[in-house]
Design a protein around this ligand. Sequence first.
Ligand SMILES: C[S@@+](CC[C@H](N)C(=O)[O-])C[C@H]1O[C@@H](n2cnc3c(N)ncnc32)[C@H](O)[C@@H]1O
Length: 343
Amino acid sequence: MKAAVISVRLAGNSMMKQSAGASRTAVNVALLRALHAEDGEPKIFNDYLAGKLVTPEERADFESIVVASLELFRSEADISSLTPVSRLRHSLNATTTQDLLITRARFTEDHLLKCVERGVSQYVILGAGLDTFALRRPDLQDRLTVFEVDHPATQESKRARLRAARLACPPNLHFLPADFERENVVEVLRRSPYRTDRAAFFSWSGVTYYLAAEIVFGVLRSIRGIAAPGSCVAFDYLDLDAFDPLKVSARIRVIMERVRQIGEPMITGFDPDRLPAKLAEVGFHVVEGLGPEEQRSRYFSGRRDGFTAPEHCHLVLAEAGHLRPSYCTDLPPSTPPPRGRSI
Ligand SMILES: C[S@@+](CC[C@H](N)C(=O)[O-])C[C@H]1O[C@@H](n2cnc3c(N)ncnc32)[C@H](O)[C@@H]1O
């Protein structure tokens, strides 16, 4: 089936051109998750294992780069008045997307757990990086099969890191090495214990920015082709203002420039008002979409540490199928109704 082919062969998209070594961005994500697990109070997402997967040298290098880039945002006088600890916190807030990584992980796992309660028994993490879900949730071993699909080099490095940290992989975790540039993810899943007759939850975090829009919808159409009823996908994306020089926030502008310089340009965003119709064309209906304001009130209200929701970044959960949404109506009565804007 042509529609079931995921081929992210993108001319000029180096995000997907990862043949030489393990993903640096995956290590950075783990570092930012680890830092939040250590110093974020209250914690929005507690990845208490992330810190075990990175080396002290990687951490020291990363922290010094982050702290140095605060100079782009603050005057020298401002910076010199900060203690080393608060300087790191200010730097993380001002110069990284730690807020986005943390909220998308929380959003994804909250929805995943609701889906598991409804009987979803498979979790497919596309571009998993150093994700630790399967290790953090041994209690779900008998109910949930986890598939981590990632570049072979990143996956090999992750397995070495797990061994070095003496973290044993649970039996419900399947590593599926795949280079998205060369391989069809649907075929990779078909060669694995993935069951097309069982509902699955797909997470696709931190990737859509780097792909052309037609590739993003091609991937979603492919996922739809192997998604049994009740399956869902969660992903994040940038809005169109992020690509407008007059509207983009200072921080996102700097981050976009930084990733462009390291050869991983962000090239695609979506209009939150038009996304539901586009998703419907590839067989998904939106269950919930959260823009920056909704993320702020759901995850960040009452904080005093300056940690707040990322500008221009949106989270979406969509369910396979065009029919009446079943996800919301199946939620237990105690669960508050989704409060996201209708995107
Ligand atoms: C920024 S990390 C995202 C990690 C995680 N999903 C998250 O939410 O933070 C990007 C991931 O995409 C993977 N990736 C990049 N190029 C790839 C390729 N050509 N084939 C497979 N995976 C690739 C990397 O190995 C890495 O794990």
